[in-house]
Write a protein of this length. Structure first.
Length: 257
């Protein structure tokens, strides 16, 4: 059984169909990429899977359970975390504080216990701090834990955003254009980082990415969207040699070339 399955999910905004009958299967420990030209519907597909949008039709299943229509926080608590194309850190907070916020998803104590610093909350807070520091060490940000997040170089800000998603203990991590805005060295480091966290945290990774070097270098399976429709899926080799994909990206066919 696949870890996550999208069954003909469709998203319409008025008369516009942003994604049409999209099918997806994510299996454990795979890295799967979703590519396509700008405006193809990639982020809309992400938003349906993570509960930002409720599909107009179709179903989404996680570990065999129908999660269609659940709120983003409910989906995150089940084990599906995401990052965004535009980095969304709490810029005035420290690196450690950013990760601590994500760790609060797993807190059992209530507001009353937190306000009056009752024993259960204090015990959980101590545990959260310890786990957050351990996570930052694992992702190479341990020595920066007390730095303000806005002071980090761009590549490390992206790494922090991924670390914050990892703090929710996901089984599936969705990355929305993780290499956006990075220079070649940062992109190379990110590619290695994604491989490392997949193994280290036993993850399945689903990503949108425009950098073909990243996509072709680490993906097991690639899906291609164009105008909201899946035009191809397969291995990196299959996709590189697919004429429909070439036409979608270059706007030419074999007869025009």
């Amino acid at each position: 059984m696949s870890l996550l399955k999208a069954d003909q999910i469709t998203m319409q905004f008025g008369g516009l169909t942003a994604v049409n009958n999209f099918n997806l299967e994510l299996n454990k420990n795979e890295i799967v990429a979703l590519i396509g030209p700008n405006g193809a519907g990639k982020t809309t597909a992400f938003n349906m899977i993570t509960g930002v949008y409720n599909p107009t039709k179709g179903k989404i299943y996680f570990e065999g359970k129908d999660i269609t229509g659940l709120r983003p926080d409910q989906i995150t608590s089940l084990g599906i975390a995401r990052t965004f194309q535009n980095i969304r850190l709490f810029k005035e907070l420290s690196v450690l504080e950013n990760v601590l916020i994500a760790n609060h998803l797993n807190v059992k104590s209530n507001v009353f216990e937190a306000i009056f610093k009752l024993p259960r909350y204090m015990k959980e807070e101590k545990s959260m701090i310890s786990k957050s520091i351990e996570l930052l060490d694992k992702v190479g940000l341990g020595d920066l834990k007390y730095e303000k997040s806005s002071s980090l170089p761009y590549g490390k800000q992206r790494r922090l955003e991924i670390a914050r998603a990892l703090a929710t203990n996901p089984k599936i991590l969705l990355l929305d254009e993780p290499a956006a805005g990075m220079n070649p060295k940062e992109t190379e480091d990110l590619t290695s980082f994604i491989k490392e966290i997949k193994e280290q945290f036993d993850l399945t990774i689903f990503m949108i990415e425009h950098h073909m070097q990243v996509v072709m270098g680490i993906s097991n399976v690639i899906y291609v969207l164009d105008y909201g429709i899946t035009i191809a899926q397969g291995s990196p080799y299959d996709i590189q040699n697919n004429q429909k994909v070439i036409e979608a990206y270059l706007g030419v066919s074999e007869n025009d070339a």
